[in-house]
Design a protein around this ligand. Structure first.
Ligand code: ACM
Length: 765
């Protein structure tokens, strides 16, 4: 992977802007016309766009002309023709002979400077895509297709586009260990990556909860390590708690993924986790673990503590594994993990400690550094380069190691300033398992919201990197850990459209949020056409209603992006642009069936959102509308039942099962009803486990306590959990009469594990 693109192209762009445009065979349109023109539906935004008068009328007679004998160009032309057939139903023939007009000409042209760069010219007679390498031609073809795929343009607008990526690493990490994706699902993802001009698929193939790549010398890695017990919602995927969750890729399947990606100019970088996240491997071959005993393949999310030992025979194993990995994956980089290796087992092992001392290493971090460096040497001997998560910096790794910064950007800053190449995969912003809104209809995941704009605002070069070290930033990637992303729909909802934000920030020279928003509806239409279930979370209208004068509620509407005109109805009908427009809070008569949506140019930006509001609903909160009492480790978790779905989702702090309803209006309230549910507690929290809050319970099953004004305040109700011992139930209790607004604290007694009690809807009446 080459370093960040040096801005050769941009120098030529500047020259063009300063007057060299006259050399272009186009007539530039007047500045005011350009300003008024709708933005071209391009994502990511090209480095330089010059609009001209006129159009190219492409149609069934248009031909794609490729250089004679250039098979790669012909292949790209075939892909372009496939996309056009798919999106416009038009067949474009491919030719090698020059054509006088009505042609899309591909040219390999060494004067187009920069890796992956291209120039796209459209005038009335021709389209020309020029690049010095096939990857650039491919990007040019994608840009052309985005122009063709747009319904807004009857003909292709005349333009001159010069484009090149800002960064050489524009990626997506896919976790196939926690949940497994089929080869077809991965190919669909690769298609979308290619259309977003991403170029690196980092494939997380092994972890505590599953080993997913066939290794022929060690068949138990997949026969044992490829299966775990189905815990919690996994049972719905397997068909029952007694059916294990299994899956792996044969080497042929992995090669097929590599080939498919390569045809789309995407490199697949495999990850084999070491020395931690190794429980599935140790479950398969306990002799490579520290204790010699066999753990189960983990069913627990979090930090599991099973590590590889540091014996020579374990390195033989790992090197044999890497040999097969290198046979399947031709990438320069091989990812060897390195994250979250809790050192408890190494510290407790006389053999490991003896080896550490024999090697003259002062502590376990240095031992991890030695471990990783040994793998790095092995990779280097085979012409490959090591990349690892930022913990590899804690030991001493060779300068040639590339660091993937995930614990925020600190790792990237430290690594780049020390001269390591770095890739930004910063949590939480670039972690797609974080949810993109706090809406109640979001899926399970991590509720520290990382909205579309938050991702868009992420600059891959943190300010604290010294200017002369910024060249070490190879780029950035979104990271798709799949604990909660268990189905293709959930994966897609998490990835899209946030992937478009990452793609623009790693490709385009400068951010342009407003332009991005204006170009996004076209991108959302492309997702829909491709069968991609993209999230509309940024545009979905949030409906808030609070009590107003008797028999009415005050309605507040808005969306996360603050984008579009909001229209609403109160009778349950579908809102359109002729429905009342929302501009400020309004009072409505109860009961009302509210529906609302946001529109730009008459086009709905999201699915309409609905909320039925009556007097009872105003006194009801779901767990997303409650605050957790202390934000220790808040998750949105799915109930395990019903197996055939849909299953309710709860917001809960798994280290402190306590929720707060701020300023509940208690006038006239005499009862509380609380929906509860019992979920499995399948978490390994390592040192954080000491911080899990337990509270004295009055009965074996425990209870929900309602306390007034604060969590230490007067207990005004106790709701025993015993009636819910089989799972979901609605518990009810009387409340002593109060007046006015009070904070209510709702806490579960006992301590989480092996079950976790959660609360859903809370109704005051
Ligand atoms: C990581 O999220 N543990 C890389």
């Amino acid at each position: 992977m080459s370093r960040r693109i040096t801005p050769v192209l941009f120098a030529t762009l500047a020259a063009a802007l300063l007057g060299a445009c006259a050399t272009q065979p186009h007539k530039a349109v007047a500045a005011n016309e350009v300003a008024q023109a709708a933005p071209l539906p391009l994502m990511p935004l090209p480095a330089h766009i010059e609009r001209h008068a006129g159009t190219f009328a492409f149609g069934a007679g248009t031909r794609i002309v490729v250089p004679t004998g250039d098979e790669t160009s012909r292949h790209i032309a075939t892909q372009l023709a496939d996309w056009v057939r798919g999106s416009r139903g038009i067949d474009l023939a491919i030719a090698s002979e020059p054509v006088a007009r009505n042609a899309i000409v591909f040219a390999i042209d060494p004067s187009v400077a920069g890796s992956e760069a291209y120039v796209l010219d459209i005038d009335a007679d021709h389209v020309r895509i020029a690049a010095s390498d096939p990857h650039g031609l491919f990007h040019g073809a994608v840009t052309l297709w985005q122009l063709l795929a747009s319904d807004a343009h009857k003909g292709l607008p005349a333009v001159h586009i010069e484009d090149a990526p800002r960064f050489a690493w524009r990626g997506l990490m896919l976790d196939s260990a926690r949940h497994f994706q089929s080869v077809d699902e991965i190919k669909q993802l690769i298609d979308q990556m290619a259309l977003a001009k991403l170029n690196t698929l980092h494939w997380h193939l092994t972890d505590d909860q599953g080993w997913r790549l066939e290794i022929k010398r060690y068949p138990k890695l997949t026969s044992i390590g490829g299966c775990r017990k189905a815990v919690g919602p996994d049972a719905a995927l397997t068909g029952g708690a007694n059916k294990p969750y299994c899956g792996f890729y044969t080497q042929d399947e992995a090669r097929d993924v590599v080939r498919y990606a390569a045809e789309r100019f995407i490199t697949v970088v495999p990850e084999i986790e070491t020395p931690g996240h190794a429980q599935a491997a140790i479950a398969s071959y306990p002799e490579f673990g520290v204790t010699g005993t066999r753990p189960p393949v983990s069913t627990d999310w979090g930090v599991n503590t099973w590590l590889y030992n540091v014996d020579d025979k374990t390195f033989v194993f790992l090197e044999n594994v890497l040999d097969e990995v290198m046979q399947v994956f031709p990438s320069t980089y091989i990812h060897v993990g390195g994250d979250e290796a809790a050192k408890d087992q190494w510290q407790a092992s006389k053999a490991v400690q003896a080896k550490m001392h024999k090697l003259g290493l002062e502590d376990d971090e240095k031992l991890q550094g030695w471990f990783i460096a040994r793998l790095g040497d092995y990779l280097q001997q085979h012409g490959r380069r090591l990349i690892g998560w930022d913990e590899i910096l804690d030991g001493k790794v060779p300068a040639s190691a590339t660091v993937m910064s995930w614990r925020g950007t600190k790792g990237a800053v430290a690594a780049a300033n020390q001269g390591h190449d770095v890739v930004l995969a910063a949590s939480p912003t670039l972690y797609m398992d974080y949810l993109q809104s706090d809406a109640h209809d979001e899926q399970p995941g991590r509720p520290q919201v990382q909205g579309l704009k938050t991702v868009y605002d992420f600059d891959p070069v943190p300010d604290a990197i010294e200017p002369d070290k910024a060249k070490h930033v190879l780029g950035a990637q979104i990271t798709v850990f799949s604990e909660y992303l268990s189905t293709p729909q959930r994966l897609q909802h998490a990835i899209f459209p946030r992937m478009a934000a990452l793609s623009e920030r790693t490709w385009s020279a400068k951010p342009d949020w407003n332009g991005f928003l204006a170009r996004l509806p076209a991108q959302m239409a492309r997702y829909r056409a491709a069968g991609i279930d993209a999230a509309d979370s940024a545009f979905a209208v949030r409906i808030d209603a609070v009590p107003a004068a008797a028999g009415t509620a005050r309605l507040t509407l808005g969306n996360q992006a603050g984008y579009g005109e909001i229209h609403y109805t109160i009778d349950g009908s579908e809102p359109g642009t002729s429905s009342p427009r929302y501009t400020q809070p309004v009072d409505i008569a109860l009961p009302a069936k509210l529906r609302a949506n946001a529109f730009v140019d008459g086009v709905a930006l999201a699915a309409a959102r609905a909320r039925d509001v009556d007097a009872l609903a105003l006194n009801r909160r779901n767990s997303d509308q409650l605050d957790t009492c202390a934000d220790k480790l808040v998750l949105r978790l799915e109930a395990p039942l019903p197996l055939d779905g849909p299953r309710p989702v709860y917001k809960v702090d798994i280290m402190n099962t306590c929720w707060r309803w701020k300023q509940a209006s208690l006038d006239g309230i005499s009862h509380i009803d609380i929906d509860v549910n019992r979920l499995p507690y399948n978490y390994q929290l390592w040192k954080d486990a000491a911080g899990v809050v337990g509270r004295p319970k009055a009965s074996k099953a425990g209870e929900v306590e309602v306390r007034l004004d604060s969590c230490e305040g007067k207990r005004i109700a106790t709701l025993p959990l015993a009636p819910a011992k089989n799972g979901a139930a609605t518990l009810s209790a009387k409340l002593p009469s109060q007046t006015g607004g009070h904070d209510l604290c709702l806490l579960v007694t006992g301590k989480p594990g092996p079950f976790l009690w959660v609360i859903g809807d809370v109704q005051l009446r």
